[in-house]
Design a protein around this ligand. Structure first.
Ligand SMILES: *Cc1c(COP(=O)(O)O)cnc(C)c1O
Length: 471
């Protein structure tokens, strides 16, 4: 049979749509996806004919068409944004969704968003209310600030702060703090967008109080301190603390703004981590405005939180940009739920996943590693499985030098491609994201919760079975 005749054997779209399997498929899946899958499958067969597939082979694969279409539709119908398992040990992993939300508050979030709510309604007085009111009191309680507001993320918080306080005026920043945060947040660029004029002082490694003082003039609207959260300059360095900046503030009556980045509310040094400046400390030192992220060390949803003096926060609330940066009810519900845990520090450390993972004891992590190893132990004849000491990272550009001791399951494949293994785990029904280093794959148990151990074990087994078949 020549090519021409093989082309004649290609099924038609309408004919395929009429087959029972496909008819059933259309009942439970979007018709458009089924049509796409049919066309792709026919095109694939057509390509094969063009590439001189033998008649025998062609007749062999033709009966698979229906099944292939079903598989294609299933894949197309998967959510694009979905859960993955973070086995990297990077707790605040920006690519994997940063902080995760405690399941216990999901019922509340669901109730708020699947019903009408008092989002902007003052129930006590029956009049229009403010969406910020629901979290403002909690934030002020947890941080000791006079006032608070919430915007979409910390980048927006910095932009709104500068635009409100320093538009067309000067803001003094140390050259050592002109940082870039992943994803193109650069302090000088944000400054331009805010309409404030950047006045750089000092050098990359050293800035002194007199550098700021010398730059102050009648156009100075603020002194900005940026927490260099994602890197450290080591060696011959000095920077001016916000404490010292406050001296200038009192002397010249210029507000001090501090972009803390991560914004932790709990002193992490109590839990064996490096001290990261807390929001409370910054405020009690006298900083006028502090901005921080909701989904870094705070452990809540994506948000930018602005705390500080009421007169500045009130001015920000009136700024038209606020409307563009405003948070929705999902965020507010998740943020309120997260902040409530902070009313009791022990509670926060236990219930906020980011805090829990960062402070999890090595014994518990080791137990999880043993559980995982036992679940996959049957495979130790075809691969090497060990539990090893390693280090987790905080991530999210927070505490960049902090290396937290952890335990990993490490697998090395005897002679097979670790890259293929890693990719197949990423393709697993619940994608498993692990770390490959020197021909071995690492699963850090710090960022893996108890029920995920079983999913990982199943994933590893499934992939190893496929590998075994390839031997
Ligand atoms: C992370 C970070 C930002 C940006 O915060 P987003 O919430 O990601 O917008 C700004 N400044 C500092 C110092 C940061 O660490």
């Amino acid at each position: 049979m020549g090519k021409k005749n093989l082309f004649k054997l290609l099924p038609k779209v309408d004919e395929l749509l009429g087959r029972v399997t496909i008819e059933e498929l259309v009942l439970s899946h979007p018709r458009q996806l089924v049509l796409e899958a049919i066309r792709e499958e026919i095109e694939l067969l057509r390509d094969k004919i063009r590439n001189n597939i033998s008649e025998e082979e062609f007749l062999d694969i033709l009966p698979n068409v229906e099944n292939n279409i079903v598989q294609r539709v299933k894949v197309k119908n998967l959510y694009k944004l979905r859960r993955v398992i973070n086995a990297t040990g990077v707790v605040i992993h920006t690519n994997l969704g940063r902080s995760i939300i405690n399941d216990k508050i999901m019922d509340h979030i669901k109730e708020v968003v699947t019903h009408y709510s008092n989002l902007e309604f003052d129930l006590a007085n029956g009049i229009r209310g403010s969406r910020y009111s629901h979290v403002e009191e909690l934030i002020t309680k947890c941080t000791g600030s006079e006032a608070a507001m919430v915007v979409n993320n910390n980048a927006a918080a910095v932009l709104l702060t500068l635009n409100t306080i320093a538009k067309d005026k000067e803001v003094i920043v140390s050259r050592g703090e002109l940082i870039e945060i992943g994803g193109s947040f650069r302090i000088p660029d944000v400054m331009i967008q805010s309409g404030a004029n950047l006045v750089e002082v000092g050098t990359t490694n050293k800035t002194h109080l007199y550098d700021y003082e010398n730059a102050i003039n009648e156009n100075t609207a603020a002194l900005l301190k940026v927490h260099t959260s994602n890197y450290r300059i080591l060696g011959f360095t000095s920077s001016v603390s916000s404490e010292e900046l406050i001296k200038l503030k009192t002397q010249y009556n210029i507000p001090v703004i501090e972009d803390l980045g991560s914004g932790v509310l709990i002193d992490l040094s109590k839990y064996g981590l490096e001290y990261e400046p807390t929001v409370q400390d910054a405020l009690s030192r006298g900083v006028d405005i502090v901005t921080f992220s909701g989904d870094k060390l705070l452990g809540g949803p994506q948000a930018g939180i602005i705390v500080g003096k009421k007169k500045y926060i009130d001015a920000m609330k009136k700024n038209p940009l606020t409307r563009a940066f405003r948070v929705d009810k999902f965020t507010l519900a998740a943020l309120e739920g997260t902040l409530r845990f902070y009313l009791d520090e022990n509670w926060a450390v236990k219930e906020i996943p980011t805090m829990r993972m960062l402070t999890e004891s090595i014994d518990i992590i080791n137990k999880k590693a043993e559980t995982l190893r036992n679940l996959i132990y049957d495979y130790s004849n075809i691969v090497d499985i060990t539990i090893e000491d390693d280090f987790s990272e905080v991530g999210g550009g927070s505490l960049p030098l902090e290396k937290i001791p952890t335990k990993c399951i490490v697998i090395s494949l005897k002679g097979k491609s670790i890259q293929t293994f890693e990719r197949m785990l990423r393709d697993y029904e619940v994608p498993i994201i692990a770390r490959v280093y020197k021909d071995r794959i690492y699963f850090d148990l710090r960022t893996i919760n108890d029920d995920e151990i079983f999913i990982i074990a199943d994933g590893i087994k499934t992939v190893l079975k496929l590998f075994k078949e390839c031997i």
